[in-house]
Design a protein around this ligand. Structure first.
Ligand code: C2E
Ligand code: MG
Ligand code: MG
Ligand code: MG
Length: 288
C-alpha cells in the first residue's frame, strides 16, 4: 500500500499485489523446474473399510517438495498448474506413480489396495483422456477395478455431455469413478443419477457437522442412506474424531478417510504403517 511504500512514495501500485504477481511468476518457473528436478512427490492416505475393518485402499495426494518454498500444499500449486496447462503432464505422472505404488504393494504381499487419484478438469477435457488412462493401466498392469478417479462437480459441469461420455467409457473398462467433495457445491441427489459414478465422497463439512449432533448429524445419515439406495459406495473424508467414527459406522458408511486413521504419508511410511499401525488400529476399532 501507499503507506508502506517508503521515502520515495511510489503509490502507483499496491505493493502486496505486485509481490503476488512476482511470487506467482517465480513459482511458475520453479514448478516447471520441479517436474524436471523430481521435486514432486505423492503421499498416500489410507481408506479404511468400516465393514471389514481393514485398510483396502488409499488416496494419492500430490505434494511439491520445493527447495525454495518447502513442502507446498496442492491447494497452492494445483491452480497454477491448471492455469498453465502443466497439470496435464503432472496429472499423468501422479496417475502412473499411484498405479505403480499399488502394484508395488501387491507384489510385496499386501494384497490389492485400490488407489484413488484426483483428476483435474484440464485433464478430463483432453481429447485422449480415456486413452491416456487406459495406457497407464496397460503399462503398469494395474487391474482397472483397482483404480478410482476422483472428480469434482465443477469438473463435470464444464462440457457436461462429453465428460459424462468419457467417464462412462472408463466405467465400462472397470475403472471406478468417485464424486469428490460432495456437498461442498451445488450437487443434488437427482443430478447424481445422471452421472456414471460408483462412489460418493462426502465433504469434510458434513463430517464436521456430526460432532455438533442433532439435525446436522441426521443429514449426514440421510445422505448415506440415499446414496446406498442409488447403489453408490459412500466415503467420508476428513474423519478426525472417535465420535465421527462411531456415528459413521452406525449409519453404515462404507469407507472412512481422515486423520483419525492416518494423515497422508510418504510411501515408505505408508508401507511401514500398513504392516503395523493400520492393522493394530483395525483391531482397536473392533472394540470401540
Ligand atoms: P481432496 O481430494 O478433497 O483431498 C482431501 C484433502 O483433505 C487432502 O488435502 C487431505 O490431506 C485432507 N485431509 C484428509 N483427512 C483430513 C482430516 O482428517 N482433516 C483435515 N483437516 N484434512 C484432511 P491435500 O492433500 O492438501 O489436498 C488438497 C486438494 O488438492 C485435494 O482435495 C485435491 O482437490 C487437490 N489435489 C491433491 N492432489 C492432487 C492431484 O494429484 N491432482 C489434482 N488435480 N488435485 C489434487
Ligand atoms: Mg480427492
Ligand atoms: Mg475431497
Ligand atoms: Mg477438496
Amino acid at each position: 500500500s501507499a503507506k508502506n511504500s517508503g521515502k520515495r512514495n511510489y503509490k502507483f501500485f499496491d505493493k502486496s499485489m505486485f509481490e503476488a504477481v512476482v511470487e506467482k511468476a517465480g513459482m511458475e518457473a520453479s514448478l516447471r523446474q520441479a517436474i524436471v528436478n523430481n521435486e514432486l512427490i505423492v503421499h498416500y492416505q489410507p481408506q479404511f473399510n468400516l465393514a471389514t475393518g481393514r485398510v483396502e485402499g488409499f488416496e494419492s495426494l500430490l505434494r511439491w517438495a520445493s527447495p525454495e518454498y518447502g513442502l507446498v500444499t496442492p491447494l497452492k500449486f494445483i491452480p497454477l498448474a491448471e492455469e498453465t496447462g502443466m497439470i496435464v503432464s503432472i496429472g499423468k505422472w501422479v496417475l502412473q506413480t499411484a498405479c505403480v505404488f499399488s502394484q508395488t504393494l501387491f507384489a510385496a504381499g499386501h494384497g490389492r489396495l485400490c488407489t484413488a487419484v484426483n483428476i483435474s478438469v484440464m485433464q478430463l477435457i483432453e481429447d485422449d483422456f480415456v486413452e491416456m488412462v487406459a495406457g497407464v493401466l496397460a503399462e503398469t498392469g494395474l487391474p482397472p477395478e483397482c483404480l478410482e478417479l476422483e472428480i469434482t462437480e465443477s469438473v463435470l459441469m464444464e462440457r457436461f455431455e462429453e465428460n459424462v461420455r468419457k467417464l462412462g467409457e472408463l466405467r465400462r473398462m472397470g475403472v471406478r469413478i468417485a464424486l469428490d467433495d460432495f456437498g461442498s457445491g451445488y450437487s443434488s441427489l437427482t443430478y447424481l443419477k445422471k452421472l456414471p459414478i460408483t462412489m460418493l465422497k462426502m465433504d469434510k463439512a458434513f463430517i464436521d457437522d456430526i460432532t455438533i449432533g442433532g439435525v446436522d448429524a441426521a443429514i449426514t445419515g440421510s445422505i448415506i442412506e440415499l446414496a446406498h439406495q442409488m447403489g453408490l459406495t459412500v466415503v467420508a473424508e476428513g474423519v478426525e474424531t472417535e465420535i465421527q467414527f462411531k456415528y459413521l459406522r452406525q449409519e453404515k458408511c462404507d469407507i472412512i478417510q481422515g486423520y483419525f486413521i492416518s494423515r497422508p504419508l510418504p510411501p515408505a511410511e505408508f508401507i511401514n504403517e500398513l504392516q503395523t499401525c493400520f492393522q493394530r488400529s483395525a483391531y482397536h476399532f473392533e472394540h470401540v
